[in-house]
Ligand binder design. Sequence first.
Ligand SMILES: [Zn+2]
Length: 275
Amino acid sequence: MTCKPTYLIFSFLFSIISIYPAAAAQLCGKLAQGEILVGMAPEAETISFRGKTVALTPQKTFLIAFGRDELPGQTLIINGKERPLTVAPAKWDIQKLTGVPPRKVTPSEADLAAIEHESKSVRGAMAGETPVPYWQAGFIRPVSGRISGNFGGQRIMNGIKKNPHGGMDIAAPVGTPVAAASDGRIVLAEPDLFYSGNVIIIDHGYSLFTIYAHLSEIGVVKGQTVKKGEIIGKVGKTGRVTGPHLHWGASLAGTRFNPQSLLNISTSDDFCFNL
Ligand SMILES: [Zn+2]
């Protein structure tokens, strides 16, 4: 026999690879409530999550996000095959307040109309599914400064649960420039909304949106495209606020998640696991 040992090793490895084909999909990020993850599935033709089709980029990457109150048992369906996902729980800040004047807990009739107008505008702006992967430019924090409010925090006023905080608050003086967190297209640039005040929403493609609220100035118009880091407005204290800050929100296909997790979006091996 003249078989070289190296040849034997290679043929052995090759036979293992043939028996166990490469993992069909990888997810990168934290598999937990309030997080967004980027996936890679080179052989995927179709992916669905919660009964909705997940858009694949030409490079076969995709995004999925888990909401604040996501249940632990979730399923991703790739080429018709179910892949179970176990979503880890996260801890949220809960603040119990008692003795709050009732008019501050239950909105008036006039306020309800303004609140309804706001939610319609915001929902309408985030209904699109732009097939341009602007988000691949990566994300930066739109303003530097102290985080004065975490995503997911909730106030319980006089025993009534208020809506959980849908974004993160970054404290900064009025007039501080606000940058676009990534490339995208402006889908909302509207003044004077009830809660959000002057607000901008950027569409980053593939049903991913970021929200910038309580601005003192809006520096962009609807339909305009922006680059990551481009100044889009200024920090303010418009809408329902107690002090100047930027409320930065994020949403993927209608699911609000912690925008902080956008900063860690990466397909580097350290953050990835096989499905
Ligand atoms: Zn906020």
